[in-house]
Design a protein around this ligand. Structure first.
Ligand code: CMP
Length: 132
């Protein structure tokens, strides 16, 4: 078993899609070990996405991620990182495969509804960002 982090982003919480995402995760047999709802401060969003701070979309991303509620969840499954990334689909929903969460509900490359950790190392780091 391994762990990963998913965040339901403000575009999805705003459209009442928390239950939809949770249902997709549970149907895919992820075990939800932790879940909270919160509003990120500017400092938290900047720190969480610090790896992207030189990218042209960084400031807009921080503004978006602080614009409403987010729902971080700690998940467990075999090969959790890869399985979750397969389930959510490509960053840009225009490139996401049919049946993925982003294909279904994401609006654009920024408002892409969910974040998922991209490696076991980052999963551990991102989980500890939100959970004790
Ligand atoms: P996420 O998986 O949370 O990781 C970084 C985020 O940056 C990504 O999802 C998008 O929300 C955002 N992002 C990535 N590429 C772009 C882009 N080209 N334009 C705007 N936002 C982007």
């Amino acid at each position: 078993m391994s762990r990963t982090l998913v965040i339901i982003k403000p575009d999805a919480t705003e459209r009442n899609l928390i239950g939809h995402v949770v249902s997709r995760l549970e149907k895919a047999r992820f075990k939800i070990l932790g879940m909270r709802m919160m509003k990120l401060s500017k400092e938290q969003a900047q720190e969480f996405y610090a790896v992207h701070k030189e990218r042209p979309f960084y400031n807009d991303l921080v503004t978006f991620m602080t614009s409403g509620n987010v729902v971080p969840m700690m998940l467990e499954k075999e090969n959790a990182v890869t399985e979750l990334r397969d389930l959510i689909g490509a960053t840009n929903p225009a490139e996401a495969k049919c049946g993925t969460i982003r294909y279904e509900i994401a609006l654009d490359v920024e408002k892409n509804s969910v974040h998922a950790s991209d490696s076991d190392k980052n999963a551990a780091k991102e989980i500890s960002f939100f959970f004790d």
